[in-house]
Design a protein around this ligand. Sequence first.
Ligand SMILES: O=C(CO)COP(=O)(O)O
Length: 241
Amino acid sequence: MPQKIAAGNWKMNGTRAALDEARATAAGAPDGVLTLICPPATLLPLMPAGLAKGGQACHPAASGAHTGDIAAPMLADAGATHCLAGHSERRQDHGETDADVAAQVSAIWSAGLTAILCIGETLAEREAGRTLDVLFSQLEGSLPEGATAANTVIAYEPVWAIGTGKVASPEQVDEVHDALRGRLIDKLAEGGEIALLYGGSVKAGNAAELFALENVNGGLVGGASLTADDFLPIARALAES
Ligand SMILES: O=C(CO)COP(=O)(O)O
């Protein structure tokens, strides 16, 4: 069975005052689930024990003259075990291409971290009936050779469901996750064991029905990961799934 993962992506939110929420999340994190928070990099070394920590993005190089960027070994040094790659906000705001994302995933692996590779279609792509084509092509282009269940997690995040309150329906998520699972099994020796997360407006009220789906192994949660009151019921729903 793939690992169950409740992952929070704090995005560009949180100063030291937010560490109280991380502490409360760590204190209430259920057994049987990897509860992980990806805070802004400034908070990484300050995060409490009892939670896994992740970066939100990294530069493909291990060090060098890249003002304002963060390298994967720095994230590892600050306590991260995971790092997101290819989040749609990075693809949009920073023009990251599949090739850029693949280079980041390689850097994440080289630093000994697990990559959480994010893929997702826009509303226009879904309405044009191209959802699976887009996802398969992102998978092909942004996941380098060498993915294993230990070094890779895949997060399906439909762009139209991120931060909009519009969660994908269980039928839509089921269809995509089954297709992704099939593709991973076809391509990779450990494709059946790689955790597949859903992300996009996950909250306590919809978590249980999403986590009940066969190929949903957890969630990548934005807004509802910022407080323990919102995030812990999601992690608990996963533990009970
Ligand atoms: O982008 C997301 C997580 O990476 C999802 O964000 P929301 O949960 O705020 O929709």
